[in-house]
Design a protein around this ligand. Structure first.
Ligand code: MN3
Length: 193
């Protein structure tokens, strides 16, 4: 059973002007699609290893599985996390309550998430996640699969690989994050809480 590239719930141009259509399209059909191919390839290679009994490259393929598998999962979440933007976009209801309980206020959360995500070294993600008791934390995930606590449920992710923002925002990652907040689909975040 192959993994497939998910369809988006909106058109590529729907997130303009905060997220440009060209980047969204390339990000989806080139970058995300690449992780799907890599994930399926790793799954196939591990199946072949089980069948042949030759596990000499198992370390390599397990790393590929984690890298591409996490890339696929995070991108699938990322697309679900987005919707048409507005300057007033903000968490509401249950999510807002959980954010205020865990971070003191919505603005404190935005400041921590933005600062942490802006300072991810190299390629990675800003992640909002919840433990089993509903306590929220912000994580900065390196690449797709490093620096995360197992067991936490991911609620919201912001892609800060350069491919996610460079065409429009170039080196201005902080400006991308500022605009990301305007296109967060908070209802989708609440569904995951
Ligand atoms: Mn990406």
């Amino acid at each position: 059973m192959d993994y497939v590239l998910p369809k988006l719930d909106y058109d590529y141009a729907d997130l303009e002007p905060h997220y440009d259509a060209q980047t969204v399209e390339l990000h989806h059909i080139k970058h995300h699609a690449g992780y799907v191919v890599g994930l399926n390839n790793a799954v196939t290679k591990l199946k072949e290893a089980r069948e042949s009994g030759d596990f000499s490259l198992v370390k390599h393929w397990e790393k590929e599985l984690a890298f591409h598998g996490a890339g696929h999962e995070l991108h699938s979440l990322f697309w679900k996390n987005l919707r048409k933007g507005s300057d007033e976009n903000k968490a509401e209801g249950k999510v807002l309550e959980a954010i205020e309980k865990s971070f003191g206020s919505y603005d404190s959360f935005v400041n921590q998430f933005s600062s942490a995500t802006a300072t991810v070294e190299g390629s990675g993600w800003g992640v909002l996640a919840s433990d089993a008791d509903g306590n929220l934390q912000v994580f900065t995930v390196e690449n797709h699969q490093k620096a995360f606590i197992p067991g936490y449920k991911i609620l919201l992710v912001c892609d800060v690989w350069e491919h996610a923002y460079y065409l429009k925002y170039q080196n201005r990652r902080a400006e991308w994050i500022e605009n990301f907040f305007k296109i967060i689909n908070w209802e989708e975040v609440e569904k995951r809480l």
